[in-house]
Design a protein around this ligand. Structure first.
Ligand code: SF4
Length: 192
């Protein structure tokens, strides 16, 4: 059976990707890869990595990880390109280039990414970044639109689900219009 490396940024998206792969006409043996310098801050990065580790243990699939917290690499990659879509273009390239290299080192026949399960990501840009990484390494990128794929509920049960894409910019975009973690305004004092 051909091995496929799955670049993975969160447990729930990995569950969807495994479901999508299982429905493919060609049978693949998945190898999960964690490498996400775009996820901040550190505690969020740890939460997501832990959830992925729990899922691969449940699913009993091989797991490779770059457990370097890559904040500096990410900041260098997007410096002076902080607006969307330029920031995301660079972010996809950073992650998928690395995933393609790891796929080659691990002798996988192809690679893909859990990014393709997301309704919030730019699929055209993901595909372009995956194809560019494929061209550079000789490892084909499997693009599928798995936005509708449904994860096995037993695999993802109780696992951490993130509330924003990953980088500190996306965290700001997600919460800037909310009152999350704000104290209510102080009541006026009688002397005011
Ligand atoms: S919003 Fe998401 S895809 Fe875009 S740069 Fe941030 S982490 Fe990467």
């Amino acid at each position: 059976m051909r091995r496929i490396l799955i670049h993975t940024c969160c447990a729930h998206c990995l569950g969807q990707t495994l479901a999508g792969l299982a429905a493919e006409p060609e049978a693949y043996e998945p190898v999960v890869f964690w490498g996400n310098p775009n996820i901040h801050p550190l505690i969020e990065w740890r939460r997501r990595l832990k959830a992925v580790k729990m899922l691969v243990e449940r699913a009993d699939v091989p797991f490779l990880a770059d457990e370097t917290y890559g904040l500096v690499d990410f900041c260098r990659a997007v410096h002076e390109h902080e607006a969307v879509p330029e920031r995301c273009t660079r972010c996809y390239a950073l992650r998928l280039n690395r995933a393609a290299e790891v796929a080659r080192e691990a002798e996988c026949a192809a690679f893909t990414s859990t990014l393709v399960t997301s309704r919030h990501q730019d699929h055209a840009l993901i595909r372009a970044a995956g194809d560019a990484a494929a061209q550079a390494t000789g490892i084909p990128f499997l693009y599928r639109d798995w936005r509708e794929a449904e994860a096995d509920a037993n695999l993802v049960k109780m696992l951490y689900r993130q509330q924003y894409c990953g980088c500190i910019f996306s965290e700001y975009d997600r919460f800037k219009d909310t009152k999350t973690h704000l104290w209510p305004p102080a009541a006026p004092r009688p002397s005011d």
